[in-house]
Design a protein around this ligand. Sequence first.
Ligand SMILES: Cc1cc2nc3c(=O)[nH]c(=O)nc-3n(C[C@H](O)[C@H](O)[C@H](O)COP(=O)(O)O)c2cc1C
Length: 188
Amino acid sequence: MHKILMVYATTDGHTRKICERIDHQLRTKGSEATLVEVADVGMIDPAAYDCIVVGGSVRYGKHDAGLQEFMLHHESLLRDRYCAFFSVNLIARVPEKRTIEGNVYVRKFIEALPFQPHHVEIIAGKLDYPSYGFLDRFMIRLIMRMTGGPTDPKTVIDYTDWDGVDQFADRLAAASEHPRIGPEKEPE
Ligand SMILES: Cc1cc2nc3c(=O)[nH]c(=O)nc-3n(C[C@H](O)[C@H](O)[C@H](O)COP(=O)(O)O)c2cc1C
């Protein structure tokens, strides 16, 4: 069985939930992943994995800086093995924002890398006003007002397309069968 590493950054736990769902789906395909929060990634050796997935949520327009640091630090390894990046954010609740060109956070993240991951997945996140502190709630309501989303402070909506997450996991399971594919090519 090929080994898949998932390095993730989460603030409120939604990205971790997505990673756990991916791992669950991988297991149905006879595969599995090791999940490591980016802050703890120094404790593992990424070279021991065949397929590396990096992902995290967006907070105030940015992904956790540790994700980019990890990818830059392991550039030659990630060029050599199958590497996927995924982003979790609320603007992705709109289909046009689920492409690299349409999603400014992802576009900037990818442009700042000296290489292209083999696959980029953009996943809509969770809106949970009651769990936010005063300032965060105020700011997210502002973002939502600007982008035509819900502003009622009682709103809790999980926008994640969980079937889409399963399909992403299936893609990873297939890719892990051909992990060393060279730069910027998706396996058939
Ligand atoms: C303080 C805060 C700031 C956020 N900023 C953005 C943002 O700038 N753009 C966006 O699309 N989503 C934004 N989000 C939404 C998160 O990306 C979304 O809720 C995601 O599901 C959070 O995942 P996590 O729990 O793994 O951190 C923000 C959420 C919070 C709480």
